[in-house]
Design a binder for this molecule. Structure first.
Ligand SMILES: Cc1cc2nc3c(=O)[nH]c(=O)nc-3n(C[C@H](O)[C@H](O)[C@H](O)COP(=O)(O)O)c2cc1C
Length: 414
């Protein structure tokens, strides 16, 4: 049986190990993690989710505090339409995050940024344009368009000098979504350089409804692969979601995949941004501890650990400091859910909101433990310490395990 290392991903002039570590916001796929993937000859992702927050953490800037001060007068107002991002500051934070990461890059691999359309930021087009263009200015190798159909995204950057040279990809969960994207972006005269096909076992938000269990990655992959052949389109296809071993990956490569995108295995790496105690929660989880629910105010189902502190929390909407999910009219489903609970329990000191969560606050604080379906298998990828805790792994160990393993084996650390 073949192994992943028997294959290479060709993207323009680049020849890469066909392993892409997927974007994990908010700063779960850190710059360090993406840089390791690139150093090892593959592709890593940073994420453009809540970049001002990430910049504050990485570079000691004060974007969040200053925004909070600017809009403090609005904290008790349920109408958040006034809370806008300063586009200049957003560009500054993005330039720092992307620029510093690219300066640190070593090796033959590439660093991409995961850019989610769902982060509508109370001005969807304007903020997306700034995020995309600044990432290009700051030298990013590629942009993976995620969490949305991105029907207008290429048009936002088509006049950028790097539009033809940067690698551009899209994440889809169906043939239909891909067809729509290709049709809408045809006008720019540019095809994507790669297409990530994400199935229902992935972490983060799912591109499926609550009937996600009726779909499977291999079938969607084959449907898209065969359609592309009929249309004589030659775009590298990169399946994602539940590819847990090197053999899982090699099987997709033999079916015609150009590379694989993986993430869950790296959530227990030293380079991952999750706090150490949270990583132990991932390692301890069993299959019944993982749930797909609809508490994300984006409206998309999301997979997470059942004991995530974000579930049932009732924090006051924090849009003055964050506000990444405010739509073009300044609304977010969590604000409505929170106000409803406050109205129902006017005298309560602390309220609980069960059906939605303040995603910005809880992702920022690592209290929403989103994870892939196979998180319950992570315990089989490492050894235990004497105190019973699980040993974290180096990203290099995990990457090389995907690259070289055969026979469904998972290499344990020395
Ligand atoms: C903790 C975590 C966070 C994620 N966050 C994002 C994200 O911000 N944007 C995105 O497009 N995909 C996100 N994903 C999906 C991954 O990038 C990837 O496509 C998928 O999880 C691969 O499947 P696997 O985790 O089974 O390997 C996330 C996945 C995990 C595990």
């Amino acid at each position: 049986m073949k192994r992943v290392d028997d294959f290479r991903l060709h993207l323009g002039k680049h020849e890469l190990v066909p392993i892409m570590v997927g974007g994990m916001g908010v700063d779960i796929s850190t710059a360090e993690l993406s840089l390791e993937a690139a150093r090892l000859g593959g592709i890593g992702h940073i994420s453009d989710a809540m970049v001002p927050t990430v910049s504050d953490r990485r570079f000691n800037t004060k974007y969040v505090k200053n925004k909070q001060i600017q809009y403090k007068f609005n904290v008790n107002n349920s109408d958040k339409a006034i809370v806008k991002f300063d586009l200049g500051l957003l560009a500054e934070a993005t330039a720092l995050h992307v620029g510093r990461t690219m300066e640190a890059k070593r090796g033959e691999g590439l660093v991409f940024i995961n850019c989610m359309e769902k982060l509508t930021m109370n001005a969807p087009r304007e903020t997306l344009r700034v995020r995309l263009r600044t990432a290009l200015d700051a030298g990013i190798d590629g942009i993976t368009l995620a969490a949305g159909l991105h029907l207008g995204s290429l048009a936002l950057i088509e006049d950028h000098p790097r539009f033809r040279d940067v690698k551009l990809g899209i994440i889809v969960s169906s043939l239909r979504a891909l067809q729509l994207f290709l049709k809408k972006s045809a006008r720019t005269g540019r095809l994507p350089d790669y297409v990530v096909i994400e199935g229902p076992l992935a972490g983060g938000h799912l591109g499926f409804g609550m009937d996600w269990a009726q779909y499977d990655l291999a079938s969607i992959f084959v449907e898209i692969r065969d359609w592309m052949k009929t249309e004589q389109l030659d775009i590298p296809l990169i399946p994602a979601g539940g590819i847990f071993t090197g053999s899982d990956a090699a099987a997709f490569m033999e079916m015609g995949a150009a590379a694989v995108q993986v993430a869950t295995r790296f959530t227990v790496s030293n380079e991952c941004g999750l706090p150490k105690d949270v990583q132990q929660e991932y390692l301890k989880a069993s299959d019944t501890d993982i749930v797909v629910n609809t508490i994300s105010p984006t409206g998309y189902p999301m997979r997470m650990l059942k004991n995530s502190p974000a579930i049932g929390a009732g924090s006051r909407p924090n849009c003055e400091a964050f506000g990444y999910l405010l739509d073009s009219s300044g609304n977010c489903q969590y604000i409505d859910a929170y106000n409803r609970e406050v109205a129902c329990h006017p005298d309560a000191k602390k309220i609980r909101v069960m059906d939605k969560t303040c995603l910005c606050t809880h992702m920022r604080n690592f209290q929403l433990w989103t994870c892939g379906h196979y998180t319950y298998r992570l315990k089989d990828t490492t050894r235990r310490n004497e105190d019973g805790s699980y040993r974290l792994l180096s990203a290099e160990h995990i990457f090389r395990d995907y690259q070289f393993s055969t026979d469904n084996k998972i290499a344990l650390p020395e």
